[in-house]
Design a protein around this ligand. Structure first.
Ligand code: ADP
Ligand code: MG
Length: 352
């Protein structure tokens, strides 16, 4: 079914999409419906704000990303940034630019995804803006959250001898993207009834299409009484993020190839694509796992934490940032990153 946006008009569309939204957080004093939302945070909190801009054709491809998934992911990536500060996301605003190609049902699907993410993570939608655009779809979400005063974790606090930890596993979202791109190329020009076969690769697709933010890890760290010295979420790839932490903290690091967590399906897929698995795990983006450092005195506590892996340690700045391979060789970590603005030919895999 396809109902043109014009049948509702801008105000009608906003009303339709935001119908039934009820704030659940104490800090949301007034939500959608006035010139601005009103928030009220207690004095013992720090207020965290983050924003993300997603452009069709640059950050997402609607030929294989369903709009509901896109909505879910655009909200979750913002929550992930707030958790990466050791905070809790509470509110979002959602701004949308859309061309005539999109109908009311498309926007319903997008909002169903955004609303589902908000329900699951306990976040209120408190406002936004809606405009027509000349080409494509643009989504910008801003997230507001809270952190305990004195417990907010920055990128610049890593100290020599600290342990480097990551949650979950790495490289799967990137392999999921490769898989979708391959199927898109293979199916081009074929009939609509030709369905790609993703059997056995569900995890990779899920990691690409429906990522989750690691609220559970933040909770576990809190329960264990651990406050990381530095933390960030992995959106551009482990190498690039580690370099951010080291640069901002004025330290070096050593990470061990054998300790980098990788899922079985990621390994199988890398082999199928004839790609270096470690390169994928170091440089593949969009995993939204947490990368953090903890004092060595927390070693026992962190070692037993489920879903967290120790991958190395922080060193003096003079030692640089090094990857130690399985056979004991040392390579300088480079920020290849995952960045759609970057040219393919810059690719420089650290391990062959
Ligand atoms: P203004 O003219 O002040 O920009 P709007 O008519 O655009 O107001 O918006 C009316 C209300 O609807 C505001 O509370 C605004 O935050 C909210 N709103 C507008 N667009 C969206 C959207 N895409 N998602 C959620 N809330 C929205
Ligand atoms: Mg407006």
């Amino acid at each position: 079914m396809r109902t043109e946006i014009a049948t509702l008009g801008e105000f009608g569309l906003i009303r339709h999409l935001t119908e039934g939204i009820k704030p659940s957080n104490k800090s949301t004093k007034y939500s959608i419906g006035d010139d601005a939302a009103v928030l009220s945070y207690p004095a013992d909190k720090e207020i965290l704000i983050t924003t993300d801009l997603l452009l069709e054709g640059v950050h997402f491809d609607l030929t294989y990303v369903p709009l509901k998934h896109l909505g879910y992911k655009s909200a979750v990536v913002n929550f992930s940034d707030i958790y990466a500060m050791n905070g809790t996301p509470r509110q979002i605003t959602v701004s949308i630019g859309l061309s005539k190609r999109f109908c009311i049902e498309d926007m319903e699907a997008l909002y169903a995804g955004i609303r589902l993410a908000c329900e699951e993570y306990g976040v209120d939608i408190v406002g936004g803006d809606t405009s027509s655009s000349l080409t494509g779809l643009t989504i910008s979400i801003t997230c507001i959250g809270e952190g305990e005063k004195g417990k907010v974790v920055y990128r610049n606090g890593a100290k020599e001898t600290d342990l480097i930890c990551v949650s979950g596993d790495l490289g799967a979202a990137y392999m999921g993207l490769q898989l979708l791109e391959r199927e898109k190329a293979a199916l081009r020009g074929k009939g609509e009834d030709v369905q790609p076969d993703f059997a056995g690769k569900e995890y990779l697709l899920e990691r690409q299409l429906k990522p989750e933010a690691r609220r559970d890890i933040i909770q576990k760290l809190h329960e264990a009484g651990i406050v990381p010295t530095a933390m960030m979420d992995i959106s551009d790839g482990l190498s690039s993020e580690l370099l951010h932490i080291c640069t901002q903290s004025h330290v070096g690091c050593r990470v061990y190839e054998e300790h980098i967590p990788i899922d079985y399906q990621t390994a199988v897929m890398a082999e199928e694509f004839n790609m270096n698995l470690t390169t994928c795990a170091l440089n593949g983006g969009e995993d939204y796992e947490l990368l953090f450092t903890v004092p060595i005195t927390d070693h026992e506590k962190i070692q037993d934490m489920e879903g967290v892996k120790l991958i190395g340690h922080i060193t003096k700045p003079e030692l640089g940032c090094a990857l130690i391979t399985r056979d004991g060789q040392e390579f300088e970590l480079k920020a290849q990153g995952w960045n759609p603005l970057k040219d393919e030919k810059d690719a420089n895999p650290p391990v062959e």
